[in-house]
Design a protein around this ligand. Sequence first.
Ligand code: DX5
Ligand code: ZN
Length: 218
Amino acid sequence: MKKIAPSILSADFSRLGEEILAVEDAGVDLIHVDVMDGHFVPNITIGPPVVASIKKTARIPLDVHLMIEAPDRYIRSFADAGSDIITVHAEATSHLHRAIHLIRETGAKAGVALNPATPLAGIEQIIGDIDLLLIMTVNPGFGGQKFIESMLPKIRAARDMIDRASPDVLLEVDGGITLQNIEVVKEAGVDVFVAGSSIFLSENYGQTIKEMRTILEG
Ligand code: DX5
Ligand code: ZN
């Protein structure tokens, strides 16, 4: 089944617990947590203590997207904070294989994210070592950006690579997913849909999520 993962980046951080419960009640599958360090991306968000607090409220798994340099240094802290999936960027470490195995040693699921300009070819040799492949459909750093259409062929190629080499890997997309484009993205073969502003800036989260679900299941 297709999964919906609201990104809390566009939630009201002063009411984070309530925001999380509201999307959970609407039937989402994962909570997507964007961690930014002001180096890998030009924005700063949250660290392990906030993830630990979220973990106390959330009843569904936490999908933690690390947009940080040298992520190896923090994998243990984010795992201890309760991350169920930890995704690192291929561009953020010269030792991606090591980072993936560090994640798996903690018991969390390991994801790898690719920026729009990063070719898929770089992860061909490690596709069998990961649980999730995240194709960025915006340049990471901010919510509310426009989906980069030219990523659709890359998403299809990622689907093919997974089907050929490691069919259990989940294919996730992140950035600019809306009710208007979620169908075409679904048709490219995606399993997990991250959506920040299109959910948290909508009038009625429940209605938006219901409409997304209808499209994904149609
Ligand atoms: C971008 C983040 C995304 C972002 C998605 O750097 O990784 O998760 O919050 O937000 P929208 O859906 O608004 O593009
Ligand atoms: Zn993200």
